[in-house]
Design a protein around this ligand. Structure first.
Ligand code: EPU
Length: 337
C-alpha cells in the first residue's frame, strides 16, 4: 500500500470533477482495507469506488480509500439458480456481461449502469422495472470502527427506492467488500414490461426473447437517452423521482393531465422528475460548463471544467424552479460531498 498525497480525483468520479484528495490509498485486498482503517493518523476515511454517484464540491481533506477489490466466484448452485460472490471493485456492467455470457438471468435490465458492484446496494440501483434487491442475497461489509466483516441479509439492508440501510443508519459506518447475488440458470423471468424495451425489441425484430436481447435493448435505450460518462461527465439521474400523496396527486393531475405518473402504492404516486424539469425549461440548457442533458432532463452534465459547486448551484436552481411551478420537492439522488 502506497500512501499518495494531493491526488487528483478527476478520473475517480464520473462527473470528472477536478477535486483533490489530501491522502489517497488504493485498496486491493481485504487485508489492505483492514490495515488502512487501522492507521491511527486519520479520522473517518472517505470511500470511493466507481465514483458514479457523487458530486465533489470540495477537496477531501482526509484519507480517500479507493476500493479496488476484484473477483467473481460461484458460491453455490443447483439446477435452477446460482449464487455469485462479487467483490466490491468489480465494474457493474462487466459483471452483467459476465453473467450473460453464462446465461445467468436477473441483471439484464440493469445493463450499462455506471459504477461498481460494491456501491450498488447503497442506493439499490435500478432500471427498466428491476432493482438490485430483486437478485440480492446478502453482502459483506467491514465495520470501519472495529474492522470486523459483517454479513447483511436482504432484510438487514432495508432496501427502498434508491435507498438502503447504508444511506441511513449505516452511513459512514461500513465499507461493502462483496455482494452475493442469486441468478437464474433457466426459466428466466423476462421483464419486458417497460414500454421502451418492447419498442426496442420490436425494432430489433426479436420474436423469442432472451435475456441477451433484453440487455441489448436496454443498452440501445440507455445509449440513446443517457450520456456516456467517458465522453460527457455525469452521474446518471441527479435527482430521485418524487413520490407524492394521493391528495397532492389529484391536484397535480387535474392541472397537468398529460404528465406521466406511476402509481406506487394505494396512496402514493411517482412523478418523473425529468418531466417536471423539462417543463421548467431546463432541458438541454448550459450554464458555463454545467448543464442539463439534452435527451434526459434528470441528468446533469459537466462539459469539461465545471466545478462541483457550479453543478450544485444549477441543481438548487432546478429544485427551486420545480417547487415554484409544481409545489413538488425534488431531492438529489447523488451524494453531495
Ligand atoms: N421524461 C420527460 N423529459 C425528460 C426525461 C423524462 O418528459 O427529459 C419523461 C419520459 O417521457 C417518461 C418519464 O419521464 O414518460 C420517465 O422517463 P425515463 O423512462 O427516462 O425514466 P426516469 O424515471 O426519468 C428512471 C431512473 C433511471 C432509469 C430509468 C429507466 C430514477 C431517479 N431514475 O428515470 O435511473 O434508468 O428510470 O428505468 O429513478 C439513475 O438512477 O442514474 C438512472 C439513470
Amino acid at each position: 500500500m502506497q500512501l499518495q498525497e494531493n491526488k487528483s480525483l478527476k478520473t475517480y468520479n464520473t462527473f470528472g470533477i477536478a477535486a483533490r484528495a489530501r491522502y489517497f490509498l488504493e485498496i486491493n485486498s481485504i487485508a489492505e482495507l483492514e490495515e488502512a482503517l487501522q492507521l491511527k493518523k486519520f479520522n473517518t476515511p472517505f470511500v470511493i469506488s466507481g465514483g458514479s454517484n457523487i458530486l465533489l464540491t470540495k477537496d477531501i481533506e482526509t484519507l480517500v480509500l479507493h476500493i479496488n477489490l476484484k473477483g467473481i466466484a460461484i458460491v453455490s448452485e443447483n439446477e435452477d439458480s446460482v449464487i455469485l460472490k462479487v467483490m466490491a471493485g468489480e465494474n457493474w456492467h462487466n459483471l452483467v456481461l459476465w453473467t450473460l455470457e453464462r446465461d445467468y438471468g436477473g441483471l439484464e435490465n440493469m445493463s450499462l449502469i455506471p459504477g461498481n458492484t460494491g456501491t450498488a446496494p447503497i442506493q439499490n440501483i435500478g432500471a427498466y422495472g428491476v432493482e438490485l434487491k430483486d437478485s440480492f442475497e446478502s453482502c459483506e461489509a467491514m465495520n470501519i470502527h472495529d474492522q470486523q466483516l459483517q454479513t447483511f441479509s436482504k432484510e438487514a439492508c432495508q432496501f427502498g427506492y434508491r435507498n438502503s440501510f447504508f444511506k441511513n443508519e449505516g452511513k459512514g459506518k461500513f465499507i461493502i467488500t462483496s455482494v452475493n447475488l442469486r441468478l437464474t440458470k433457466k426459466n428466466h423471468l423476462l421483464r419486458t414490461g417497460y414500454g421502451a424495451i418492447m419498442e426496442a425489441l420490436k425494432r430489433n425484430k426479436v420474436t423469442e426473447v432472451t435475456i441477451k436481447d433484453i440487455s441489448e435493448a436496454v443498452i440501445a435505450i440507455r445509449q440513446q437517452k443517457l450520456p456516456d460518462p467517458n465522453v460527457l461527465g455525469n452521474s446518471g439521474s441527479f435527482f430521485k423521482n418524487p413520490i407524492i400523496s394521493e391528495q397532492a396527486f389529484q391536484t397535480f393531475n387535474a392541472e397537468y393531465p398529460k404528465a406521466p405518473f406511476y402509481k406506487v402504492s394505494d396512496s402514493e404516486y411517482k412523478i418523473p422528475a425529468g418531466w417536471l424539469i423539462e417543463q421548467c425549461g431546463f432541458k438541454g440548457k448550459r450554464f458555463g460548463d454545467a448543464g442539463v442533458h439534452k435527451n434526459q432532463a434528470l441528468v446533469l452534465v459537466n462539459y469539461g471544467a465545471a466545478t462541483g459547486s457550479e453543478l450544485l448551484a444549477l441543481a438548487e436552481r432546478i429544485m427551486a424552479a420545480v417547487f415554484q411551478q409544481f409545489q413538488i420537492s425534488i431531492v438529489p439522488e447523488v451524494n453531495i460531498i
